[in-house]
Design a protein around this ligand. Sequence first.
Ligand code: OGA
Ligand code: MN
Length: 234
Amino acid sequence: MHPTLPATAELIPGLRSLNPVSPLDSSRSDAVAEALSGTGWCVVEDFLPADLTAALQTRAAALESKGLPTQAGIGRDGELHLNGSVRNASIHWLGSTNAAESAYLGIMEALRGALNRRLFLGLFEFESHFAFYPPGGFYARHLDSLKGARNRMVSVVSYLNPNWTEGDGGQLIVWNAGEDGQEVARVSPKAGTVVVFLSEEIPHAVEPTHRSRLAIPGWFRINSSTVDRVDPPL
Ligand code: OGA
Ligand code: MN
């Protein structure tokens, strides 16, 4: 059973009317929460309104023309490995000073609240970056969070590419949780499509792309300083 959810983009107000508290229809965030507690992943087409994907594309193009994205590394906890055999893409982190980025972060903030209410995950913050894959770019199979590290809990990857066809490559491959998990989806990185999955559980990969490919991977994190803290003695 393919857990692709129905498109309800018309329920999300356009960019001009976005505000950080209510840009997300609750039936839609409920469906995402249900998928996370079931299979651990879902694909939602037309999750992002078209004017927002257009504004984010424009923003990304401006960053690229200024040469701002930097080659992505692999690793965590400050251990950064530049390794072209695992990932070939450049990144630029999102912030709140740009209107398009800020509108996107507003939607993610609403999703964070909804997931916390439904799943009691204690998601504390969200971090995300533009990912620019040149023709030939890819990302080998990986998990977004190591078990035990407990920082990245839920991954969200949004796509910004208009008119994507099967022949353009660059599909996101999703496997079921577990070492011998079945391949369960191949997702075209079409503008507006969003994939949400459990960071510690769901292996995924980006097939080599034949066109420039633009994505916004992001992660809801728990407050690891609280989780890891040993209570002080009385
Ligand atoms: C990632 C990732 C997928 C994509 O950045 O961790 O898996 O489609 N990205 O860009
Ligand atoms: Mn990933």
